[in-house]
Design a protein around this ligand. Structure first.
Ligand code: SAM
Length: 173
């Protein structure tokens, strides 16, 4: 079970990136994303995608991310913070897969020191600076070993029929 925590959203300017972080979390196998400081429209967009395309993905807008991470740990969950300063994902992936509940923290701009300290694991997706969306995608892919891409999400209104050419979408009544 993996939940994502995105911290440091900058109003309006980051809406698109935050929406993409949420959509990647959903499509790549996480159950939930917690976000700080976002506009309601971001959670509405993601809720709309889940309604159309299925699954049970949850978006929660929160105020106090440190409180959330501390409570997560108190309840026995582990916290993995994605940062280029961390240890390589390949060194930690096997241990992480054995954990029952993981909260993955991703940042936007400069991440406060507390995130590094609260984390049980500071994980690097390589030691070069890139993007929280890319980092999250690779992290989830390693966690689920690619199986998340074949998972069927129940309950949606639309379903894609994979096609080599063109678009085929089935409406579910
Ligand atoms: N410069 C900022 C800092 O030092 O805290 C990070 C900014 S980066 C654009 C935004 C987020 O992308 C980071 O907080 C981290 O979660 C993620 N990220 C970027 N490169 C990464 C890497 N090589 N490994 C893991 N996460 C990475």
């Amino acid at each position: 079970k993996v939940s994502v925590l995105r911290i440091g959203h900058r109003l309006v300017r980051d809406d698109r990136v935050t929406t993409h972080a949420a959509l990647v979390a959903r499509a790549f196998g996480a159950d939930r994303i917690y976000m700080t400081g976002v506009d309601q429209s971001v959670s509405d967009t993601v809720a709309g995608v889940t309604k159309r395309w299925g699954g049970k993905f949850e978006v929660q807008v929160i105020q106090d991310w440190k409180g959330l991470a501390k409570a997560w740990k108190k309840e026995g969950g582990k916290v993995a913070h994605l940062t280029m300063y961390g240890i390589n994902i390949d060194e930690a992936a096997e241990r992480l897969r054995k954990e029952e509940r993981i909260l993955v923290i991703i940042g936007a701009e400069k991440v406060p020191r507390e995130a590094y300290e609260l984390a049980d694991y500071n994980i690097a997706i390589g030691n070069q600076p890139h993007s929280e969306i890319a980092a999250l995608a690779i992290f989830l892919d390693r966690m689920f070993k690619g199986k998340q891409l074949k998972k069927e999400l129940a309950g949606g209104r639309l379903k894609i029929v994979p096609a080599a050419r063109g678009k085929q979408v089935r409406e579910i009544k």
